[in-house]
Design a protein around this ligand. Sequence first.
Ligand code: CU
Length: 289
Amino acid sequence: MKLLMRSFLLLFALVAFSSCKKDEAAEPTPQTPTTTGLQLIESATDGNYTLELYNSTGLLKVGYNPISFRIKNGSGTAVSNANLSWMPMMTMDMGGSAHQHSCPHSTIGSSSGDATLFEGYAVFNMASSMMGFWELTFTYDIGSGPQEVVMPVTVQASDSEFHKEYTSTIGADSVTYLLAMVEPSNPEGGVNDMIVGLYKRVSDTEFPVVDGYTIRVDPRMPGMGNHGAPGNVDLTQGADGFYHGMVGFSMTGYWKINLMLEDGAGTIIGGQEVTPTNLESSVHFKVSF
Ligand SMILES: [Cu+2]
């Protein structure tokens, strides 16, 4: 009886042990704590180092994309002493001949909270499609000279019938302007902070921030007689380079945020005023909530 009991216990222990081991093996590798709330978008390895891209959704889209970067060495340890730069590039098939262009993007700097996490943003101006693909070329220096790694990424479209967070326009000065809405990212009824990145195309690889303009804002509800809302404040440039102002939404639903670009001399060079006979500006964003 005692022997039977003992072998039963032994069997129990074996089962318990093996199931415990199984659980351990099935458990995912723990994430580095500081990437909590961040999802991996893509990674690329050049042999010595792995570069990882993160954001809150794990996806890249047309418009403004804040991105966190991390470089890991061969043993998987994140490095903190890196010098990192990048060039996003889209290669497009123009009926047999290839055309390449970049998009507005920031420099990559260190984040305030974590020495191994770097930060920057890109404003993708086209979605990946059959017509073209995006690659991010990174140059990094860990102290032993610059190295390069190319990372293919997928950029999703962000436009829909009731949503638009990126637009571009050719101004009266023949310059192509690109506008990306940063805020409101979660619009609410009432007056919302509004932040927009404004860039111009200088060449296929140069899209600098435009300085000293004003972005006039006029939200309207196309589904309700095109009425507006109070509380708007035209956007002016802040110390961070972005344009800051306010946009009012007096009720929930679908809003078209009509915009006009005013240059430093006070001349309107993009978009049109909304009137009873002109229901929208050609330069606009859309939100629905
Ligand atoms: Cu393109």
